[in-house]
Ligand binder design. Structure first.
Ligand code: ADP
Ligand code: MG
Length: 619
């Protein structure tokens, strides 16, 4: 038998490696931006077209490359950053594998222009699918400019696998934030479709965060600072009252590198515990500096996961640092002396009187004391369209699902009804009752029907009702709207992109939302069915659920929005209902087309038949 093992051609080996390093345009953006930082650039420009599918261009004023290095940088495992295995334990640069440019050049058309500091003339190189097409001297300024065109032009399967431009652009922005957040001293300009999307001047960290995420972040940030022999921690956490319904801005960096670390995330969450409601997320921008010998960055090709030698201690230090920062913030107002003077002081009007600022402090506050029980009452006070009820605020009573101890009864005796396609049947059967409705465990509505005892989960029921009513009012030409006092809602740039994409769908559902520029939106009308609620929170929750919706599920966007809105605004378990509210909920439920399931597929009610009851008492 002849020998069959062969070496793969270099271009094929590169493409295989590219599978790991370059999964999407955002991965190329990450690698190119990181190279600019490693090259000591102070000014970086990123140009994106069609979410990076047609063009990614990164230009820097860093150290540049010699003619030989320009050629070498596209070879696999060619790097100027480490020389021996030993260097792996003292990595200070972002790159070190020497794989990125080789991988990118194997799956795109790449043009490089570079000139080393002190050189007269630069080098231009054009490469397509690892093949050098041209190599010539060029007149260019010091630094490097790399254009990556038509990514995956030679790997159609990968190109087809890419998501919509909106999604891919979001990934790109995320990588851009991560680099920009670690290097506030470097100025970055980002162009998207020929328009400037970000112009970030060299600044301090607070200013950088504000220019990335919006002016209102300025008042939201609490500084964190902790120096120990093992690790130095610095950065900011968001004030608890600005915790958002979406995960939003949560960033950890270790030695200047963005990292993902659920364990450390937990440390921060634990520090916030009891200060924010369970369904909200605090933002944080936390920077860890530690001896490179105590971390191992070599465990994952995209390098966002790293190992710490002593993660337990780091957990404890981090948690204490955040707690301390939160504690301090409650006793003192935070003054940032580095902050630009002009930042958030509105101009004085002529004749305006000046008052001494009033600072409220609670001298009793002790951040380390355990609170009795967190009562997220305000979050749950959502009135629906219930007649007369729900406007009044009742105390939220904690209620746990398990406590109800209700046997999970199948909807078996309803299935026949369903197969007749007869929600109407259900409506007739259960929708009107001469019997009294009453609430148990502040969560379930119970009544007698000819078939047996009907038990309704109030939350699931209200979700179903709101869902159908929202979709129905949307399907009529004139969605029923209630004008509200216009409310400005600010979002992070990536959420703003997502929302822009969904505006039409929101309109169909009865919202009137208009763009206000700068990632701000103004809400003018809301669907009549929703009554008063925290709409900003509700929209945030909608965006979050759209982000996490499984890909491939092709539900219409308006349905997804209605579903998420129903969930975020429905009355929750634990809410005491008045008699009229129960009656309203009950009758509206059985006017629904599919009353038996919540839009998320949870059972809404079940019937304990009299036969079953009888059986229970037979000896
Ligand atoms: P790595 O960053 O892991 O070394 P890359 O493939 O990203 O690998 O880059 C290979 C080499 O090319 C780098 O080590 C560096 O010497 C050089 N290089 C890449 N980008 C730049 C740049 N923007 N400026 C100067 N040199 C660069
Ligand atoms: Mg690199």
């Amino acid at each position: 038998m002849p020998d069959i093992i062969r070496m793969l051609p270099e271009s094929v080996a590169n493409q295989i490696a590219a599978g790991e390093v370059v999964q999407r345009p955002a991965s190329a953006v990450k690698e190119l931006l990181e190279n600019t930082i490693d090259a000591g650039a102070t000014e970086v420009r990123l140009i994106i077209k069609d979410a990076g599918k047609t063009l990614i261009q990164v230009t820097d004023n860093g150290c540049g490359m010699s003619e030989r290095d320009a050629r070498m940088c596209f070879e696999r495992h060619a790097t100027s950053k480490i020389q021996t295995a030993h260097d792996l334990f003292s990595i200070r640069t972002l790159g070190f594998r020497g794989e990125a440019l080789a991988s990118i050049a194997s799956v795109a058309q790449v043009e490089l222009k570079t000139k080393k500091t002190g050189d007269e003339i630069g080098t231009q190189l054009i490469i397509e699918g690892s093949e050098v097409k041209s190599h010539s001297p060029v007149n260019t300024s010091t630094g490097t400019s790399i254009q990556v065109k038509n990514l995956f032009f030679n790997v159609p399967a990968r190109r087809n696998f890419l998501k919509s431009n909106t999604s891919e652009l979001k990934y790109i922005l995320e990588e851009f934030y991560r680099v920009a957040l670690v290097h506030p001293d470097v100025s970055f300009t980002m162009f998207n479709q020929d328009k400037v999307m970000f112009q970030l001047h060299s600044a301090n960290l607070r200013q950088r965060i504000v220019s990335l995420f919006g002016m209102n972040y300025n008042q939201r940030l609490i500084p964190v600072e902790q120096q120990t022999t093992m690790v130095n921690i610095s950065g900011f956490v968001g004030k608890p009252e600005f915790a958002k319904k979406t995960r939003g801005e949560q960033y950890f960096f270790a030695n200047g590198r963005f990292i993902r670390n659920p364990y450390l995330h937990h440390a921060v969450e634990a520090a916030f515990q009891e200060l924010i409601p369970r369904d909200s997320y605090a933002s944080y921008f936390l920077y860890l500096e530690l001896d490179p010998g105590n971390i191992d960055v070599n465990i994952h090709p995209t390098k966002t996961e790293i190992n710490f030698t002593d993660s337990k201690s780091i957990y404890a230090i981090l948690q204490a640092a955040v707690r301390q920062a939160l504690g301090k913030f409650n006793l003192t107002t935070v003054i940032d002396f580095e902050q630009e003077q002009s930042m958030d002081i509105p101009p004085m009007k002529p004749g305006q009187e000046i008052y001494q600022p009033q600072i409220k402090v609670n001298p009793e506050y002790n951040p380390f004391e355990k609170k009795k029980e967190f009562q997220p009452s305000l979050r749950f006070e959502n009135p629906g369209k219930f007649t007369g009820g729900f406007i009044e605020r009742e105390k939220f009573t904690q209620f746990s699902h398990q406590e109800a101890n209700i046997p999970a009864a199948p909807l078996s005796d309803l299935i026949d009804k369903l197969s007749e396609g007869s929600a109407q049947g259900l409506g007739l059967e259960f929708g009107s009752t001469s019997h009294e409705l009453f609430q148990v465990a502040n969560s379930f509505i119970v009544t007698e029907t000819p078939k047996g005892l009907l038990i309704i989960d109030q939350q699931a029921a209200h979700e179903r009702i709101l869902y159908e009513e929202l979709l129905d009012s949307g399907s009529t030409d004139n969605a029923l709207r209630s004008k509200i006092i216009p409310e400005t809602m600010s979002f992070s740039p990536d959420d703003a992109i997502l929302l822009k994409d969904l505006l039409e769908d929101f309109t169909t559902l009865g919202f009137e939302i208009s763009e206000f520029g700068n990632n701000d939106f103004v809400l003018q009308s809301v669907p009549h069915d929703l009554g008063h609620t925290d709409f900003h929170g509700a929209v945030e929750q909608v965006l979050e659920s759209i982000k996490t919706e499984l890909p491939g599920k092709n539900a219409a966007k308006s349905q997804m929005i209605a579903k998420a809105l129903a969930r975020s605004t429905a009355v929750k378990r634990g809410k005491i209902l008045k008699k009229e509210e129960m009656e309203d909920l009950h009758s509206r439920l059985f006017r629904c087309r599919i009353p038996e399931h919540s839009p998320y597929g949870k059972p809404v009610f079940f019937v304990l038949s009299f036969e079953e009851l009888n059986k229970k008492f037979k000896s």
